[in-house]
Design a protein around this ligand. Sequence first.
Ligand SMILES: NC(=O)c1ccc[n+]([C@@H]2O[C@H](COP(=O)([O-])OP(=O)(O)OC[C@H]3O[C@@H](n4cnc5c(N)ncnc54)[C@H](OP(=O)(O)O)[C@@H]3O)[C@@H](O)[C@H]2O)c1
Length: 224
Amino acid sequence: MPGMTAYVCFHEICSPRKGEYVFISAAAGAVGQLVGQFAKLMGCYVVGSAGTKEKVDLLKNKFGFDEALNYKEEQDLDEALKRENRNAGWINFDVPDSRYFPNGIDIYFENVGGKMLDAVLMNMRLRGRIAVCGMVSQYNLEQPEGVHNLFCLITKRIRMEGFLVFYYYHLYPKYLDMILPYIKEGKIEYVEDIAEGIESAPAALIGLFSGRNVGKQVVVIAHE
Ligand SMILES: NC(=O)c1ccc[n+]([C@@H]2O[C@H](COP(=O)([O-])OP(=O)(O)OC[C@H]3O[C@@H](n4cnc5c(N)ncnc54)[C@H](OP(=O)(O)O)[C@@H]3O)[C@@H](O)[C@H]2O)c1
């Protein structure tokens, strides 16, 4: 299901093109890690956000993201998205090209909502696309946070679209045609977080909302 979600939401909703700049939140989660790899396979420039240094390292060193940031260490997410790219910084020290997104974000793959969405809206490029896959930061709030920068949808003529994977299962054969050769060629990496036993399921579920999982959370009920 995360693979289908990543594939369909990215390809059908985001309309990606080679060379575009993609930003993914909750990027080390089950869906995000795959979206980033699909985007890289298409020739996009990919930046992800995640909540620990370990996850940031995974994004860059295992999943092949171009850049990654730890959103929990950022005082100002808007500034973080504008930050100079340290890899390129020594070459293009103070020109726009040295930022994560020299012309803004072409595609935002939304998994978290809230303050991150607000910061991203300010950094979207003209005619950018936002695929709303999830809003995990809002699921357990008594009062959902407001979004303040929606006017950017108008001024930048952004397309923002919600998505539910259950309505796209007719595309499952197409997904398999795409993913199976990549898996056979060893071009897709994945990380699972395995909890043992049915008794570990409640804690594993709750852990998703504090970022305790690294990769796809799986609960093993039995080994036979
Ligand atoms: N639309 C659909 O059809 C569909 C299908 C599947 C999933 N989804 C949605 O897609 C999103 C990603 O799913 P997934 O299975 O990849 O997630 P996941 O593996 O369950 O990971 C969730 C991650 O979200 C991050 N997170 C939790 N609370 C957060 C908060 N308050 N602010 C920011 N980040 C937070 C945590 O990582 P950090 O350590 O990085 O914070 C956590 O590890 C979820 O919102 C899910 O509901 C939608």
